[in-house]
Design a protein around this ligand. Structure first.
Ligand code: HMG
Ligand code: MG
Length: 302
């Protein structure tokens, strides 16, 4: 085993989590969630997406949310940008990092961003160049890295290809995403190994939706590979509007609880994190979708 001694978590709840909510969530609530997450010790927060408001109405307030955040030194604020139009809008909000998102499945690429994988790379090329020239970091994501809601199982060779193409245009870091949470540890390991052919171990992250309850197991096998970057979502919020039935990312609370128990440093205060997850869950009038948060909240009242 090659367990890392520390893990960096990107909380994607404000973006991946809230993009899928049916009811309107006001910008002020999103901003408060970001503030609570940074107070809990998160050092990177995926705040929002500069995508078409017709496609994802919940992210229409991207600029307002970015403008409303009181930034904390040492915290990185990232946003999704699918094309130059999104990048040009995003750059006015001064993100520290942008995310370009491709897919390992053609069908998902079409449904999610309305173009083929190859076309998406050509769209991301000028975005990546512009960001790097302005000193903005560029992270990538490969959706459907193990399974696709339209095409079924996805071969690691597809992931390898997309990782190679994204690396070729200068994308600095690669998130391997199990968009619909169908992955199991050995399949996820193979998708990671495919990505590691083009990216250094320090430049890959796991982004696991927890639809089938596999995300902690998938995280553990990646930890054993030495991977130390993960995207998680406070209160387990979310899902992708173009992946029906897929639930949120693994809850940040569950991952932090597991890592604490393993003696792996995250720099995150679990109590404050639980408060952040409870804040947004209360707003949405539901319980946090996290076993660890539920157990610890019960203990508080117990
Ligand atoms: P399109 O319709 O092909 O774009 O959409 P277009 O260039 O033909 O433009 C059509 C209209 O959209 C025009 O407006 C453009 O101005 C506007 P109109 O003239 O009709 O009024 N437009 C935009 N407006 C705002 N911001 C923009 C933008 N671009 C065009 N950036 C597009 C292509 C990519 C824009 C569209 O498909 C889209 O917005 N898709 C949303 C995808 C999305 O946000 N998905 C969820 C996030 S990804 C995810 O969750 C996966 C991830 O978590 C990893 C994982 O789990 O797998 C990252
Ligand atoms: Mg996702």
């Amino acid at each position: 085993m090659n367990l890392p001694s520390k893990v960096k978590i990107v909380d994607v709840g404000p973006r991946d989590g809230l993009q899928n909510e049916k009811a309107h969530v006001p910008a002020a609530v999103k901003i408060e969630l970001v503030h609570r997450l940074q107070d809990a010790g998160l050092t990177e927060i995926e705040v929002t997406s500069f995508v078409s408001p017709k496609w994802v109405p919940q992210m229409a307030d991207a600029a307002e949310v970015m403008a409303g955040i009181t930034r904390k030194p040492g915290v990185r604020y990232s946003v999704l940008t699918p094309n130059m139009k999104g990048f040009e809008a995003a750059v006015l909000s001064k993100p520290d990092e942008i995310v370009v998102f491709a897919a390992a499945s053609e069908a998902f690429s079409q449904r999610n961003i309305n173009c083929s994988i190859e076309e998406s790379i050509e769209r991301f090329r000028p975005v990546t160049e512009a960001a790097l020239s302005q000193g903005i970091r560029v992270r990538g994501a490969i959706s459907c890295a193990v399974g696709c809601p339209y095409e079924g199982e996805v071969a690691p060779e597809r992931v390898e290809m997309v990782a190679r193409l994204l690396k070729g245009i200068g994308v600095q870091h690669m998130g391997v995403a199990d968009t619909i949470g169908v992955g199991t540890p050995l399949k996820v390991q193979r998708a990671m190994e495919a990505t590691l052919r083009h990216y250094d171990i320090n430049d890959v992250s796991g982004h696991f939706h927890d639809t089938y309850g596999q995300a902690l197991g998938n995280t553990l096998i990646c930890l054993e590979m030495g991977i130390w970057n993960y995207d998680t979502s406070s209160a387990g919020l979310g899902g992708c509007p173009y992946a029906k039935g897929a639930t949120g990312n693994v809850a940040t609370e569950d991952v932090v609880y597991m890592l604490q128990g393993m003696g792996i440093d995250t720099g995150i205060d679990l109590d404050k994190l639980i408060d952040a997850g409870k804040f947004i869950s209360d707003y949405l009038e539901r319980k946090p979708n996290s076993r660890a948060a539920t157990a610890l909240l019960n203990k508080r009242t117990g």
